[in-house]
Ligand binder design. Structure first.
Ligand code: NAP
Length: 326
């Protein structure tokens, strides 16, 4: 079993130090609660061989959680790295994603292909990557509901422990909740220091998601896709490095700590060993209330690309206005 600690207990304890262990947050699975480690490794834009190398290095350090997707085209590399660890399947957590806008048969086929590429019998979490197809086609309630129902059926056969969505806004979540027979575990959206005050246009109605029991899972925790220099602000920026100097921690560690201290899992991406190690070492210090407030009050870096439905699933933007990133 995962040697992990509950986020609830960790969050309540100022002095906790968990060498080698990572706290977890519980998400709503198909058959009860599923524990997701609060820290994982992102793999977006990595090819198979970079992903294999990064997962191998990270898991060698103690990471037990990786985030990938069919669209990343690197799941074979992730799978090879996982296989090399020789870890029992219940000792690590894998998230994958299938594209939005898929028919029922394509949903099943794409999700099955993810398992085949990963070389795994099941994933811990399977997400629908986007509320429509990438090109904006197959958008709307009817298509969202069809794909969700097909994903439920697939997961219920034992191929995913939990299922969820990504880039959905509250209206789009409601489409799913109307017909869901298993919990929507997670909505994965862009969220990092700089966005807490960004409002509904950027933050996917976080409170609404959480009121429905859907874990708000941040992606791009270091603002990876932000345009320079904003993509360095959460690493070498004054706000995060000043706070980090109090604890002998780096800016990146402070940025990640701000998320996990709220009970939100962080999935920073790195293929650099020293960065992977740094990102893992965020559970041996605690930010003060004042520091958390200052980080929450930050208004930059803004959401990468500006508030838009591709990053936020913004409900204020109509289906027709959805802009595209591929
Ligand atoms: N659901 C979705 O549609 C979606 C969208 C975007 C992202 N995601 C997920 O979220 C993950 C993370 O987001 P992201 O890939 O956009 O980027 P990110 O994690 O916000 O930032 C990654 C960048 O930060 C650098 N970095 C990482 N740790 C560092 C450290 N300690 N010190 C200095 N630099 C550091 C990395 O470079 P080095 O390699 O040099 O360390 C890389 O350039 C993705 O990989 C993906 O799994 C999901």
């Amino acid at each position: 079993m995962l040697r992990l600690l509950l986020a609830g207990s960790f969050l309540g304890s100022a002095e906790a130090l968990f060498s080698g262990d990572v706290p977890v947050v519980s998400i709503k699975g198909i058959q009860g609660q599923v524990d997701m480690p609060l820290l994982g490794l992102g793999t977006w834009l990595y090819n198979s061989s970079v992903a294999e190398g990064a997962v191998t290095t990270a898991f060698g350090m103690g990471y037990r959680h990786v985030d990938t997707a069919a669209a990343y085209k690197n799941q074979d590399g992730v799978g090879r790295a996982l296989s090399k660890t020789n870890l029992p399947r219940d000792e690590f957590f894998v998230t994958s994603k299938i594209s939005g806008g898929l028919s029922a048969s394509a949903t099943e086929a794409t999700a099955d292909q993810c398992l085949e590429d990963l070389g795994l019998p099941y994933v811990d979490l399977m997400l629908i990557h986007f509320p429509s197809a990438w090109d904006g086609n197959f958008s709307g309630k009817k298509y969202r509901q069809e794909e969700w129902k097909a994903l439920e059926a697939w997961a219920k056969s034992g191929k995913a422990r939990a299922i969820g969505i990504s880039h959905y806004c509250s209206r789009q979540l409601d489409d799913i909740l109307e017909i869901a027979t298993v919990p929507v575990a997670v909505n994965q959206v862009q969220y990092h220091v700089g966005m807490a005050q960004a409002g509904r246009l950027s933050t996917d109605d976080r409170d609404y998601m959480q009121s429905k029991g859907v874990l708000y899972q941040p992606f791009s925790p270091l603002c990876g896709p932000c345009d320079p220099p904003a993509n360095k602000e959460l690493i070498t920026g004054k706000l995060v490095t000043d706070i980090g100097s109090v604890y002998n921690k780096t800016g990146a560690q402070v940025s990640l700590r701000w998320l996990v201290q709220q009970g939100l899992p962080a999935i920073p991406k790195s293929s650099t060993a020293v960065h992977l190690k740094e990102n893992f070492e965020i559970f041996d210090f605690k930010l003060s209330e004042d520091e958390m407030s200052r980080l929450s009050a930050a208004t930059s870096p803004a959401v990468g690309g500006g508030p838009n439905p591709t990053d936020s699933g913004d409900c204020g933007v109509t289906e027709e206005e959805v802009t595209l990133f591929t």
